[in-house]
Design a protein around this ligand. Structure first.
Ligand SMILES: [Zn+2]
Length: 473
């Protein structure tokens, strides 16, 4: 079963950074299964659930299924980072479904494995130093000391931890310096009580929690009168307090050398860069940039990414999740199956039948505000162009070809189901074409033991999904 609300998808795409933590946690009740989740951070660094689902295990096939559904909901935004503890099967699934995204490994998880084989304060200090260093020189400095302490470590890391785990290798588009996947842990603890409940009840209770949380954050955001969210404002204020040690040596109006007792940096205002690389990765000005900005009597808030603005925060929570009636009143859906669980050869035919989200995503993109677009243009002109070209290609493919592929997948799935007739196949094709319109007007759930499914739809939104069948028993 996979759930992603329209409010969450839109909030993620318009208000949050392209960063997603993936994790799984065991259900605690009599039902077997794992709740898997895709969680991001809002501009104020609070947990923002994008999607969640239940699978029978953490095998590669289950993760692939979840990731394919996630991709259908959010696509692959420019600079997407997927962070995980590298659970069983997830690595393989990530490569199949999101081959071009940045795959980060949670450093806390890496270190807890590492210390089973290697111990010592020097190793701990410098391994974490290597993870937290933003530049390749900082990474090398610490890794040389790690290697001096134990020469086996480098080979061990190469063989066992091939994902990105050092900030020195983090891309600069996600604007997120998180080196752990703590945000997923936060979500798992947040739903700890709900994990004791039967599957459908649990999914519904989580929906209620997200509904309430989004409303609270929407109200918080409406009260803020600053340009940036509180966390970013505090960050800038803290850095501004103690600048006397930083000498600003001007090279031009846009470029300076910042010198302090132990080192120096080259800061460029026009490019929003500092050689310490913190500004590029986090997109909040580093202390060196702040020293320059203060010297120029400019406003540091203007040099933070729009992701940290209150406006963008409000975008993240602009839609709400609607109340659902009691389960007895849920309509039975005439959509008997949605195909996501049955797709074979993932990575080859990965177009789920529910093609409607493609449309909601493009609507969401059109809703992007002017300031976001400006920043996008500023920071990623080249990336935006390539994205546009991809978009055009996609558009060309998205007509009959896309529908055909979706139908092929649907038909393939149907063939695998005992008792399905040609007429039901025909019906399914018809459904896949007009699915969104039907879903928009209803909240439906089929709860028979044979095919326990729940389908939510909310105002112009979403989709979802299915087949709790595999989890029962
Ligand atoms: Zn700097």
């Amino acid at each position: 079963m996979f759930i992603a609300f329209g409010a969450s998808i839109q909030g993620f795409l318009t208000g949050c950074r392209p960063y997603v933590g993936l994790d799984g946690a065991h259900l605690k009740g009599k039902f077997k299964g794992i709740i898997v989740s895709a969680i991001t951070l809002d501009g104020d660094n609070s947990m923002f659930p994008v999607a969640y689902g239940v699978v029978e295990s953490e095998y590669a096939e289950s993760w692939k299924w979840f990731l394919v559904a996630l991709k259908e909901a959010i696509d692959c935004p420019n600079g997407l980072v997927l962070s995980s503890d590298r659970q069983k099967g997830l690595d393989k699934a990530l490569l199949a479904v999101y081959p071009t995204a940045e795959h980060r490994e949670c450093m806390r998880h890496l270190y807890s494995n590492f210390k089973k084989r290697f111990r010592g304060d020097i190793l701990k200090k410098h391994l974490w130093g290597a993870a937290r260093g933003y530049t390749s020189s900082a990474f090398q400095y610490h890794m040389e000391r790690v290697e001096m302490a134990d020469s086996r470590v480098v080979d061990y890391l190469r063989e066992n931890h091939g994902h990105v785990w050092s900030r020195s290798l983090f891309g600069i588009d996600a604007k997120c310096e998180q080196e752990t996947n703590n945000i997923s842990e936060t979500f798992n603890s947040w739903i700890s009580k709900e994990r004791n409940r039967p599957v459908i009840d649990m999914m519904d209770a989580i929906r209620q929690k997200i509904m309430i949380m989004m409303n609270k954050r929407r109200r918080d955001g409406a009260k803020w009168s600053t340009k940036l969210v509180p966390g970013a404002t505090k960050h800038i204020n803290n850095l501004t307090k103690d600048l006397e040690n930083y000498k600003v040596l001007r090279c031009s109006d846009e470029q300076v050398e910042i010198e302090w007792p132990n080192s120096r940096c080259d800061v460029r205002l026009d490019e929003r860069t500092c050689t310490c690389r913190t500004w590029q990765v986090s997109r909040l000005p580093c202390v060196h940039a702040i020293a320059f900005i203060a010297k120029m009597k400019l406003n540091a808030e203007d040099y933070a990414s729009s992701y940290f603005t209150v406006e963008r925060y409000r975008d993240a929570y602009s839609l709400n999740i609607k109340p659902l009636p009691a389960q007895e009143e849920w309509k039975k859906s005439d959509i008997d199956v949605v195909v996501l669980t049955i797709m074979q050869e993932l990575g080859k035919n990965t177009v789920p039948v529910a093609g409607s989200s493609q449309q909601s995503r493009s609507n969401i993109r059109r809703k992007n505000s002017g300031s976001q677009q400006q920043e996008h243009d500023f920071e990623h002109a080249a990336a935006a162009r390539s994205q546009q070209q991809k978009g055009k290609k996609k558009k060309r493919n998205s007509g009959s070809q896309q529908r055909e592929l979706a139908q092929d997948v649907a038909a393939g799935a149907v063939q695998q189901q005992k008792g399905n007739t040609a007429s039901s196949r025909k019906k399914r094709r018809k459904i896949s074409g007009s699915q969104q319109r039907e879903l928009d007007s209803q909240v439906a759930a089929e709860t028979s033991q044979q095919n326990a499914a729940i389908l939510y739809s909310q105002q112009g939104s979403t989709i979802f999904s299915i087949d709790a069948n595999r989890l029962l028993g």
